[in-house]
Design a protein around this ligand. Sequence first.
Ligand SMILES: [Zn+2]
Length: 261
Amino acid sequence: MTIPMPAALALCFVFGACIGSFLNVCIYRIPRNLSIVSPGSACPACKKRLPYYTNIPVISFLVLRGRCRFCGCPVSLQYPLVECLTGIVAVITCLAFGLTLEALVWFAFAATLIVVSGIDLAFWIIPDRISLPGIAVFGFLAWAVLDRSPAAIGLGILAGGGILYAVALVYYLIRRTDGMGGGDIKLLAMIGAATGVPGVVFTLFAGSVLGTGVGIAQMIRRRHTDRQMQIPFGPYLSAGALIYVFYGGPLIDWYFFRAFS
Ligand SMILES: [Zn+2]
């Protein structure tokens, strides 16, 4: 693989930020059951349509100082954050996989996880509208582009869905309340379709470590003692899956090198 030029990486960032702008639309509209293609973007407060020149990723937010051009209502910081994050993910994808079809698959995977995380953080749900087609689409792409065998893909889906389903069942049997959302089960099945059984194991491990770390930090900060305090698991599973896709190989090597030498 040739190292991409800085100019190519800058283009990747701009491309990613533009896609991020669309992901913001998805995060706002999918949980509200609105179409993601029409009508064009509008201010949620004054409902005025936003002309294209106020829709430039990140820059519009900075120029307008985070306010709607028409009514002056504050615009959520989510917009520039998702745009920047998607731009950075595009650069990381390009660095890891070059300008290849494989890179496009992983970028689409990352974009899907960004939408899932945004919705889970805001609404505490992971819509079936994303995870169920996601299982089929990423399963197909893993076979067609990533050269994975149908058996490996099927096992990944079963492992992802099965592990969290078992956890949810055990939790229910012990405490008689639902601890794990059904959305998380289908999300990990989708992650399994794309990354296989090793990806599922890594994602669960990394996601639990990240989730526990942030959970403990929040408990200390808010002096929460309620051990049943729930945190949305989707963003942590998503982060774990992306760490696996981009850095999984080296991290696993490092872990086993440290553990067994
Ligand atoms: Zn407005």
